[in-house]
Design a protein around this ligand. Structure first.
Ligand SMILES: [Zn+2]
Ligand SMILES: [Zn+2]
Ligand SMILES: [Zn+2]
Length: 613
């Protein structure tokens, strides 16, 4: 995608892998269509509506786990050339052996385009329900992403479309790997400039030569390496004009240009003609006969002999030979340049100025026609309906998966505007920090949320599980097959003396900002415990196994599906009646599993269906 050839390979040495906090509290533009194309390739056929699934999970992770503020950008009306090229390239790069009827015939492309557009529309609906800002580009999404980046509205773009740099992007996140210690693979234009001497217009020039989204072929016979070497000869200001000249066939004028670029003085030319005679025996200046009479200056330095037979691969270092070699190299380089110029000149109306203007444009979309960028609270009930309908997920499953996002929003609100008695989702109060948890080398606080008192009266109940098990089975398979899915962590529930607690993983800094006293208390308690255990240790000669940091809890940990009350009570109410049997099974499971720190030995379906509202 983007620039043709192996353009990303060229940039690969300048990749930076960044850690969890790279985008924390920063804005990032996301090229939505690229997400969709990317994961379609990865999980096609394994899951229902992979585009919605991935957009849902990934957005939650980007927002809560990585703490970023994503701005989503969708394509406007693409040039017909572009959409065709994009689909062609997608089919080519996906490696999927498509049935021949799918091979980019016009009709199929149109059909595919239509279903792609539908995917995008559904994702936009989902994102808006999640409260995310979505912008529509005039045409290319990566163009608007880059413009947002260039003008400082966002700190990075998430796209694997290398076009983004041509459009002015400063930092491009090409890969997002949520299960890695360094989730971001990114590229900075400043690194590319420092390493390859390439600026934006150089990159545009390369794309014109090797092909791009608007002209897949570029100049025949010119690959990325040739294009790189060619554009490196010019400064950013002149590179596009030079291409224009060469394209017009103005090679003579151009050759004049080469001389001013080249570093060989004119005198070299003359010295070629006056190259001195060399001895056939030792290879140094002089003659064999002459060296018999008078010792060769070069040979006699290292030996007593007049002239020593030259070795295989001998290279004379005299100034005449040296400049001879240089001028040969220069000649070779010039011939190469002429060949490249000829190839370029052969191309009809090269370069395409429309493409250049498109890349240099600063008008990729009406940036803020709907006011400034805003991240609003998710519209949970509509969201549940939406995902129930499209994914056939259970409402409890959806609410559970939403929790990390809700807790992040809650903590952010508390950090900026501390309010007493504020509740997470109107139901849970911040209780304490349970422990520090390290995932992928990154520390989090495990926060305990306590079900608020006024909600305590309600009973726990179970509902039948068949349908959800099927759906869950499906998603498990997918989750293993690809880490593109980025499914967020399952929040846990803790039951202590009939009190219910939710456990979520939260960013340490965010918790500190939102609940500084709780953090203080936690750190103090931790210190005390460590002191105690150290004393114990030194007091007794017995070296026992060190207890882990987690506090002694008489409770048990469960993985649950539903923990907040739905304002609607759809199927559950009906089904609550026949749930007794299940809850008996479940309590049996709990008593069996009453071991510290371990998850109860409940069947997955029971765990999944444990309801509480
Ligand atoms: Zn000699
Ligand atoms: Zn010699
Ligand atoms: Zn020589």
């Amino acid at each position: 995608m983007g620039v043709g050839g192996n353009f990303w390979d060229l940039l690969k040495p300048y990749a930076r892998n960044e850690g969890f906090d790279f985008l924390r509290n920063k804005r990032v533009a996301v090229d939505l269509s690229f997400w969709i194309v990317q994961h379609e390739t990865a999980i096609k056929g394994n899951a229902r509506n992979p585009h919605l699934r991935l957009t849902f999970f990934r957005t939650i992770n980007l927002f809560s786990k990585l703490g970023a503020f994503p701005v989503f950008v969708v394509d406007g009306v693409p040039s017909p050339l572009k959409s065709r090229a994009r689909i062609e390239r997608f089919i080519r790069s996906s490696g999927i052996d498509l049935p021949s009827r799918l091979k980019a015939e016009d009709g199929v492309s149109v059909e595919r385009n239509r279903s792609f557009t539908k995917c995008v529309r559904e994702c936009v609906e989902l994102l808006e329900l999640l409260g995310m800002p979505v912008l529509e580009a005039k045409s290319e999404a990566e163009g608007l992403c880059a413009q947002l980046n260039d003008e400082g509205h966002v700190d990075a773009c998430i796209t694997a479309d290398s076009d983004a740099f041509l459009f002015g992007a400063k930092c491009v996140v090409k890969c997002l790997r949520l299960n890695s210690k360094e989730p971001f693979e990114c590229y900075n234009i400043s690194d590319i400039e420092a390493g390859l001497g390439l600026k934006r217009k150089h990159l545009i020039a390369i794309s014109l030569l090797v092909g791009n989204d608007h002209d897949l072929n570029g100049v025949p016979g010119i690959g990325v390496d040739t294009a790189l070497r060619f554009v490196q000869m010019f400064s950013e200001d002149e590179v596009l004009n030079r291409l224009q000249e060469v394209g017009n066939g103005e090679t003579l004028l151009f050759q004049g240009g080469i001389e001013s670029v080249g570093c060989i003085p004119n005198s070299v030319e003359n010295s070629i003609k006056t190259k001195s005679l060399h001895c056939s025996c030792c290879g140094h200046p002089g003659t064999k006969r002459g060296h018999l009479k008078v010792a060769c200056n070069y040979c006699s330095v290292n030996s007593n002999e007049n002239c020593i037979q030259k070795m295989v691969g001998f290279k004379c270092e005299c100034s005449s030979c040296d400049s001879d070699r240089k001028s040969k190299e220069q000649k070779k380089h010039e011939n190469w340049q002429i060949k490249v110029c000829q190839k370029i000149a052969m191309e009809q109306s090269f370069p395409n100025n429309e493409i250049i203007e498109l890349y240099l444009s600063h008008n990729h979309g009406n940036l803020f026609e709907n006011g400034p960028l805003l991240w609003e609270n998710p519209n949970i009930e509509t969201l549940v309906d939406f995902l129930c309908y499209h994914q056939q997920w259970d409402p409890s499953y959806i609410r559970q998966k939403m929790l990390p996002m809700l807790s992040t929003i809650f903590l952010r609100e508390m950090a900026s505007n501390p309010t007493r008695d504020a509740l997470l989702y109107g139901q849970y109060e911040f209780n304490s920090i349970q422990r520090v948890k390290v995932r992928c080398g990154h520390p989090f606080y495990v926060v305990k949320w306590k079900k608020a008192a006024h909600d305590m009266g309600s009973a726990m109940h179970m509902i039948p599980t068949k349908q959800v098990d099927l759906q869950q089975g499906e998603s498990d398979v997918v989750a293993e097959s690809s880490d593109l899915l980025d499914e967020p962590d399952v929040p846990q529930i803790l039951v202590i003396d009939e009190c219910w607690f939710l456990l979520t993983d939260e960013n340490i800094e965010l918790v500190r900002a939102a609940f500084p006293r709780k953090v203080e208390a936690f750190l103090k308690e931790k210190e005390m415990k460590e002191l105690k255990s150290r004393r114990k240790k030194s007091a007794s000669s017995f070296v026992g196994t060190q207890r882990s940091e987690s506090p002694k809890s008489s409770g048990i940990q469960l993985s649950i599906t539903e923990f907040y009350r739905s304002t609607k009570l759809p199927d559950q109410a009906k089904q609550a009646g026949d749930s007794t049997e299940n809850s008996e099974k479940q309590s049996e499971g709990i008593s069996k599993a009453r071991r510290k720190g371990s998850s109860p030995n409940l069947s997955k379906s029971v765990r999944r269906r444990l309801l509480f509202d």
